[in-house]
Design a protein around this ligand. Structure first.
Ligand SMILES: [Zn+2]
Ligand SMILES: [Zn+2]
Length: 438
């Protein structure tokens, strides 16, 4: 059998298994869970691997599940990642009534894709013809949320880092992986669905911001108090005042929420807690704007005489997709989606912990357009299920075959030419130094 025949056979299997793939995607969609708490989702992944007779390890990053199919040789290992977690979007019709969690980022599609590719490679006996291994990795907590909760886990020693892939890198889960790939769904107006090969994206610093004031009767003796809410509002206004200094090319984003903004309406708020990111396109810009934003936030406290305490936490690194890996992906996207529906993509202001992985090994991170409405929004909906559950895993599987065919020669060339920014050890030290303020 030649490579093209194998690709055809694997794609036929993916199409044949559409209903099963879709059912897993829908089942995960129906029970959304937030990061590091994806217990039911993780159980579904394990059951799906069990049904395929594929051995797996669990507990990576608390809820992550890792499985491996061995090739004829194990020259190189490529990991296909899918994320387990949801976000909070209470107004989405499928949100969890208690937690507000909803799969408005489509991670359920990612997991279904991982299992679709695993199943097709297994069923067709493809691995016997490939010169490398494939790791199927369901990973937790891509969405960097509940910063307060997660930094609590960190203080208790239950978590080293706040993002799932960061945590798993530190645990050694990527030690036996040479390249990694994954997809995210995307909004599109294209009725046929589309495929964005994917460019770079922002990195960020995570921030917890606290204002300490003094309580007093809000009407009887406000002059005795120090209003922490006014200090926080002024801090945010200060950041708004320096937005005109943010260079467009640095793609800066600051979007705080208020977690605690006072307890009782007739008491001057003595404590306000906010969380945010400072996002930017590169590490130098991140350092520069984060310090300017901190200055403005502190000025809010200074104006009121409130104390402003800022904790900067290691966020995600900018995403740097590997160009040759992306060439292989693009060629397969052209085949499945057609030239007109394959898009290059521009720098994204969003962030992902795949950015961290991209500093250690070659990665690609495409966007599959199959969603109507807004990502992370209440009107989010997968309208093109064939694109989500058939065409998308076809491109991923074909890319794996290209990389691992003929003794994994293509994967080997990409890995040998790749210059990592960090080893695991220097990466972990870099993040830890960030937190300790070194
Ligand atoms: Zn996501
Ligand atoms: Zn998201």
């Amino acid at each position: 059998m030649d490579k093209e025949q194998l690709k055809k056979r694997v794609c036929e299997a993916i199409r044949r298994n559409f209903a099963e793939t879709q059912a897993l995607g829908h089942s995960i969609f129906a029970e959304p869970e937030l990061g590091f708490k994806e217990v039911k989702t993780s159980a579904k992944v394990k059951a799906a691997f069990d049904a395929l007779g594929i051995a797996h390890e669990d507990g990576w990053g608390h809820t992550g599940v890792k499985a491996r199919l061995k090739g004829a040789n194990s020259t190189r290992t490529i990991a296909l990642l899918g994320e387990l977690d949801a976000i909070v979007c209470r107004k989405h019709e499928a949100s969890d009534p208690v937690t507000g969690a909803a799969h408005c980022c489509g991670h359920n599609v990612q997991i279904a894709n991982v299992l679709a590719v695993a199943r097709a490679l297994k069923e067709t006996g493809a691995m016997e013809l490939l010169g490398g291994d494939v790791v199927f990795f369901a990973v937790p907590a891509e969405e960097y949320v509940e910063i307060d909760y997660r930094s609590g886990l960190r203080k208790e020693g239950k978590l080293r880092f706040l993002g799932g892939k960061q945590q798993i890198i530190a645990e050694g889960g990527f030690d036996d992986v040479d390249l990694a790939m994954m997809m995210h769904v995307n909004s599109t107006k294209n009725p046929n669905g589309d495929f964005t090969v994917g460019a770079s994206s922002n990195g960020f610093v995570g921030k917890l911001i606290e204002y300490h004031g003094r309580a007093a009767h809000a009407a009887g003796c406000p002059e005795e108090g120090i209003n922490a809410l006014n200090a926080a509002m002024l801090g945010v206004m200060g950041v708004n005042a320096i937005r005109e200094t943010f260079r467009d090319s640095d793609c800066v984003r600051f979007h705080p929420i208020i977690n605690a903004g006072g307890d009782l309406v007739n008491v001057i708020p003595d404590y306000v807690k906010m969380e945010s990111y400072c996002r930017a396109a590169n590490v130098e810009a991140l350092a520069h704007y984060n310090s300017a934003i901190n200055r403005a936030l502190r000025a809010g406290g200074a104006a009121l005489g409130a104390e402003c305490v800022i904790s900067d936490l290691p966020g995600y690194l900018p995403l740097r997709p590997e160009p040759h890996f992306r060439d292989v992906l693009r060629a397969n996207a052209h085949e499945i989606f057609g030239d007109a529906n394959t898009v290059e993509g521009e720098h994204s202001a969003g962030s992902t912990d795949m950015g961290d992985v991209s500093h250690l090994m070659p990665v690609v991170h495409p966007w599959v357009g199959c969603v109507s409405g807004t990502l992370h929004g209440a009107d989010y909906k997968v309208f093109d299920e064939e694109t989500a559950y058939v065409k998308s895993p076809e491109v991923l599987a074909m890319t794996i075959i290209d990389l691992l065919w003929d003794g994994a020669e293509a994967a080997d060339i990409i890995c040998r030419e790749f210059k990592p920014v960090f080893t695991k050890e220097t990466y972990v030290k870099f993040l830890e130094d960030l937190t300790s303020g070194k």
